[in-house]
Each structure stands twice: as structure tokens, then as C-alpha cells.
Design a protein around this ligand. Structure first.
Ligand code: HEM
Length: 202
């Protein structure tokens, strides 16, 4: 449980912050959302604020779409013979679901490789993919039991990092977004960035 809940959330936050550093307009937009809700009275965001921060939530979803930390989910074994998309799958076959590919399928997603948190905002005109092809936590009875906890924890952590700290890239160059190897999908190069305390915590 500890292993399943630590690398996954930490790596997703690293991907999210890397994406935000490469998309400063999204970083500014989410900061404005937080400030509009919390005000400037030095109050740290709380868990109860999360349901009123839809853009923050959309950033996490878009991060999990582009960089699902379990890109092939976990191996499953077919309990009986079945046919999937015309392929015969005998009982006892080990199956992987390539979520990384599904999340970037151009038949399902508009501009699949672009970072566009807006696609997850309510009322946005989204493609079919949004509703049925988003599965960073798996699907069905063996899907991740930590999903609710993970989304709240990551929302709070990312929100607090944005609220309390000013973030900058090391230079003009964009943050390298290459994926590394591993069962969970780490960044090939760990994120290095500059951060400074904002007025709210001084
Ligand atoms: C970004 C955060 C996380 C992601 C993306 C994630 C993703 C996943 C995925 C894809 C699976 C396998 C589902 C399948 O094979 O169909 C899984 C299983 C699991 N996850 Fe998570 N997870 C996250 C956080 C957490 C947290 C915070 C916990 C608990 C504290 C947790 C506990 C578990 C456990 C116990 C399983 C195994 C469930 C089973 O075998 O039935 N996960 N997770």
C-alpha cells in the first residue's frame, strides 16, 4: 500500500510541475483560481477548497492523461477464454493495457500530445476520449483503490506549492519531458527548478 501510494503520487506531481513550468500561462491561471477562492488573507488552501478548484483538478487529470505513472496498468490474467477486438485470448494469458497509447490516441483526443487542461473543464467541448478512455487508475473491480485519496492529496500538495512558492525554470530552455524506464514512469531527467517563497508565507 505504501509503495503503491508514494512513487505514483510523487512522480505525478513532478510531471505536473514540469508541465506547468513549460506552460506558464496555465501556471498563472491556476494561481489566479486559487487566489480568487482563498483571497489574499494568508490562509493556506485546505482539503475542503479542492472541490472549488476545477482548473487545478483539470491540470492533474491532463497530467495523468499525458504521463500515466502506470502506463501499462498492472498485469492481469484472463480467467477464461475470450475474444478481444477479434483476437482469441486463451484462459491464463497475461494481459497488459497500454494506457499510455490510449490516452494519446488521435481518434479519441483532440490534439492528443498537447497539454490542454481546459479539455477537462466542465462544459468544454471534448471528444469521446474524455468520457471513456481516461483510465490512469485502471478500470473495473481491480482499479486503484487509492484514486480518491491520490487525487485529494495531489490536489492539496500541488495547490499549496503553487500558492506558496514562485516557480521558475533554470533558464530559457524548456523542461525536458522525456520519459524514463520503469514499472512506474519516472522522468528521464529529474526536475530541477527554482522556487522562491511568495508573500503569503513570508
Ligand atoms: C497518481 C496516483 C496513483 C495512480 C496513477 C495509481 C494507479 C494505479 C493503477 C493503474 C493500478 C492498477 C489497476 C489495474 O491493474 O487495473 C493501481 C493499483 C493499486 N493502487 Fe494505485 N495509483 C495511485 C495512487 C495510489 C494510492 C495513493 C494508493 C494507496 C494509498 C494506491 C493503492 C493501490 C493498490 C493497493 C493497488 C492494487 C489494487 C489491486 O490489486 O486490486 N494507489 N493503482
Amino acid at each position: 500500500m505504501i509503495a503503491a501510494g508514494t512513487d505514483t503520487t510523487a512522480e505525478t506531481l513532478e510531471w505536473a510541475m514540469s508541465l506547468l513550468l513549460n506552460h506558464p500561462q496555465s501556471l498563472q491561471k491556476v494561481r489566479s483560481e486559487i487566489e480568487l477562492l482563498v483571497g489574499h488573507d494568508r490562509r493556506l488552501i485546505q482539503f475542503s477548497d479542492l472541490c472549488n478548484l476545477p482548473y487545478l483538478h483539470s491540470i492533474l487529470k491532463e497530467t495523468l492523461r499525458l504521463y500515466p505513472v502506470a502506463p501499462m496498468l498492472l498485469p492481469h490474467e484472463s480467467s477464461q477464454d475470450c475474444t478481444i477486438a477479434g483476437f482469441h485470448v486463451p484462459r491464463g494469458t497475461i494481459l497488459f493495457v497500454n494506457v499510455y497509447h490510449i490516452h494519446r490516441d488521435p481518434n479519441m483526443w483532440e490534439e492528443p500530445k498537447s497539454f490542454k487542461p481546459e479539455r477537462f473543464m466542465e462544459g468544454a467541448t471534448t471528444s469521446l476520449g474524455y468520457k471513456i478512455m481516461m483510465m490512469p487508475f485502471g478500470m473495473g473491480r481491480r482499479s486503484c483503490p487509492g484514486e480518491g485519496l491520490a487525487m485529494r492529496l495531489m490536489g492539496f500538495a500541488l495547490g499549496a506549492m503553487i500558492q506558496c512558492l514562485e516557480w521558475r525554470r533554470l533558464g530559457e530552455e524548456e523542461v525536458d519531458m522525456e520519459e524514463g524506464a520503469g514499472m512506474t514512469m519516472p522522468k528521464a531527467k529529474p526536475l530541477e527548478a527554482l522556487c522562491m517563497p511568495r508573500g503569503i508565507i513570508i
